[in-house]
Design a protein around this ligand. Sequence first.
Ligand code: CUA
Length: 321
Amino acid sequence: MRNLTLLTVPLLAGCAGRHNWLSSAGAEADRVEGLFWVLLIGAAVIWSAVIGAAVYAQRRQVDPGLEHQARWFIVWGGAVIPTVLVCALLIWGLVILRDITPDKGDLTVRVDGERWWWRVTYDGPDGDVVTANEIRLPLDQTALFRLTSDDVIHSFWVPAIGGKMDMIPGRETTLALTPNKTGNWGGLCAEYCGGAHALMRFDTVVMEPDAFDAWLAAEAAPARVAPDDPGFAVFRDEGCGACHTIRGTDARGPVGPDLTHVGARARLGAGIYAMTADNMARWITDTHAMKPDADMPPYPDLSGARLEALVTFLLSLDHAE
Ligand code: CUA
């Protein structure tokens, strides 16, 4: 009984919450879910038939007069029917694969896998709109994801909405997601990619189309930074702009996540901590306690009023008018 509990608890843990692909929130996940149930139930039926036949054969000696029937059973049950079934499943699976990796969608989102976060780029009205670790999608529209990686192989997966797809350095893969329920669905990296793989997550927020358009317009706008903002002075003194970009300022670093509207995101650290002042302060001063192996160096000497000013400045980079 205890062994059964040990086995089922982790299995059922995958069936709960916003990562649950068995109560899907997207058209592509619906199709994968259909394929899963046919495979599971079909396999159960075939398994029962095979075990039933084996038990039957053990219990009674086959009458030599039935040799012809036995041969017929072996040819059909052992070769013809399995071949037809496997080919039908293969074709079904390939059709689904074709449909979830189209050439175009209602909008395009480029996502680069980085160790261990996500660089997200939308086509805005005036060019690229870059953000990080949070993907927003309009309801009932097909988003075509163009996926690649800057370092090692990652895998992009929003279980509730659709399939998963590898992100491969030097290559572009595509994946369609058509969310059909609003909400915040989790996404994660599904390919082991090094130390902080398990902490490489993101939010996928599905919005009404009007709200999505307003969000994208707000993301596309540059940050409004007061020239004498004391937190921005700390940001400059510490050289944060060497790695991070804040559009609308001279911070143009291409290495780390774009911070133009970091204060508008729900989480920091690639989907793992709530975006609060305490977490931001700790992230800056003690980064590796929060995320081992993260590329960002900690700044343990920052404290007091300077740290507070920097945190206040970063959280002010939101969408407020
Ligand atoms: Cu990226 Cu695992």
